[in-house]
Ligand binder design. Structure first.
Ligand code: EPZ
Length: 430
């Protein structure tokens, strides 16, 4: 199994190209199920999760053409993928595929809206919490769907073959439920209102794509969206927005090691809360024409408290990385996780570097230490894994991160991007 080996201590200096966002690319790919015409997506990152979703879509009979860059083209440019769901040959999303990636459950929205039926495996729990799907099911019921659970599958049907507009109030902000209901409502008969909708930039990216396919959506970017269903949607071409979590991760890596890095293509408005926190910690951040510049030269890091919140708050997907940073700050930081109930698995691994962290319920108290020491550690989920890389970059001596398939799900060419900025990091195969 592949591992990542890091020798810590080098400051990061140079440029890192920010890839297209995984969490935008996935729902955009799924939205192609809503039309029989081609949907072309630009700036799609090369990630294991994208490949996995290609398999899932192909299982429904979708044709996927990847127009990759040729050798010699820009090294890290995203790929263009054209997805054509001419005929949906199968409305079942099987357990073997859905259990590998929770986002694949979202196909239930477009399949039900377009075909009037869908049979999708329940995604099950995952490392960061139980992650139920009750909001999705209640929302689809509000759109007129009949729903049964049978043998671990959600079997959903739209009476008379078409969903009807309805009123949905999400009990808690949910990115996936907002994506799914927005896609379903786009082809329903009549008007749907989604209240307490997620405002994450990835939701806006999907909404704008749906509009370019002919959907009628008002309130994009707000917590109340009004969707007037249309009879059919058409093909489009749409660009995946830059990955705000990758941006925040490299900003924190630079903050951790010191140095000066231009995050090419990054946009500050996608992660302002996290950038504000980094500013308070003592990191200098400036928006330039071609990206965000992150700098920390010589100054120490100041410990601050953060609490994860839905957008525009501090993202849960940057909580582990920020905790890694706080292990080296001056003072004590309280980090409160409010989105997922079990998202502190990196704590035990960070402790292996000599970090001083105490967890009480949903709050981790991090006391900064003068030095981290390299260690053998194990990745548990995607964002937790990269927090170990950040710690390793600053730790004295050698770090080996095991089980890095988690990293490959969401970070494109991580070791390459970091080593170009001076980090001593390599992938060890076998
Ligand atoms: C998306 O997951 C992201 N995944 C997650 O990123 C991200 O952490 C999360 O949103 C929050 O920002 C993708 O975009 C592919 P939610 P999602 O529904 O949609 C509860 C990563 O590392 N809930 O917004 O699955 C749920 O348990 C991943 O890239 C219910 O109770 O998250 C959680 O506590 C990890 N019932 C909260 O809502 C439901 O029916 C928010 O989850 C649905 C959700």
């Amino acid at each position: 199994m592949d591992r990542i080996r890091i020798v810590g201590g080098n400051a990061l200096n140079g440029e890192i190209e920010i890839s297209g966002a995984k969490n935008a690319a996935l729902p955009l790919m799924i939205s192609a199920l809503l039309t029989d015409e081609p949907v072309s997506l630009l700036n799609v990152p090369r990630l294991a999760d994208v490949k996995q979703l290609e398999r899932i879509l192909e299982n429904h009979g979708v044709d996927i053409a990847v127009h990759g860059r040729r050798r010699g083209d820009r090294e890290m440019g995203g790929q263009r993928i054209t997805i054509t769901a001419g005929d949906i040959v199968d409305t079942t999303a099987p357990y073997e595929l859905v259990s590998k990636m929770r986002a694949s459950f979202w196909v239930i929205g477009p399949l039900l809206a377009r075909e009037g039926r869908a049979r999708v495996s329940l995604p099950g729990g995952c490392a960061i919490g139980t992650r139920p799907v009750d909001f999705y099911l209640d929302g689809l019921r509000a759109l007129g769907a009949d729903i049964e659970i049978d043998g671990g599958y959600v079997v959903a049907t739209a009476p008379a073959g078409r969903l009807k507009g309805g009123h949905v109030v999400l009990p808690k902000v949910s990115v996936g439920a907002t994506h799914t209901l927005m896609m379903a409502a786009s082809l329903a008969e009549g008007t749907t209102v989604i209240e307490n909708a997620a405002r994450e930039p990835e939701v806006t990216n999907l909404a704008e794509c749906l509009v370019s396919m002919g959907a009628k959506i008002a309130g994009i970017g707000t917590d109340r969206m009004v969707i007037e269903g249309v009879e059919r949607l058409h093909g489009t071409s749409h660009e995946v927005l830059p990955d705000r979590i990758e941006t925040g991760t490299y900003a924190m890596a630079t903050a951790m090691t010191g140095g000066d890095v231009l995050l090419r293509g990054a946009r500050s408005e996608l992660l302002q809360a996290a950038l504000d926190s980094l500013g308070e910690v003592g990191v200098s951040i400036s928006q330039e024409d071609d990206g965000l510049r992150v700098r920390r030269n010589g100054n120490g890091l100041t410990a601050i408290d953060v609490e994860t919140q839905p957008f525009p708050g501090f993202p849960t997907d940057l909580q582990a990385q920020f905790m890694a940073l706080m292990t080296r700050a001056n003072g004590t930081s309280a980090i409160r996780e409010t989105i997922f109930e079990n998202r502190f698995m990196h704590v035990a691994e960070l402790a292996r570097f000599g970090a001083d962290i105490h967890v009480d319920g949903q709050t981790a108290t991090v006391r900064g230490v003068p030095e981290l020491k390299g260690a053998q550690v194990m990745a548990t989920d995607l964002r937790a894994s990269v927090s170990l890389v950040i710690a390793g970059l600053a730790a004295r001596g050698e770090t080996v991160v095991n089980r890095i398939y988690h990293l490959d799900r969401g970070f494109e060419r991580l070791e390459d991007k970091l080593s170009r900025c001076g980090a001593e990091i390599e992938r060890v195969t076998g």
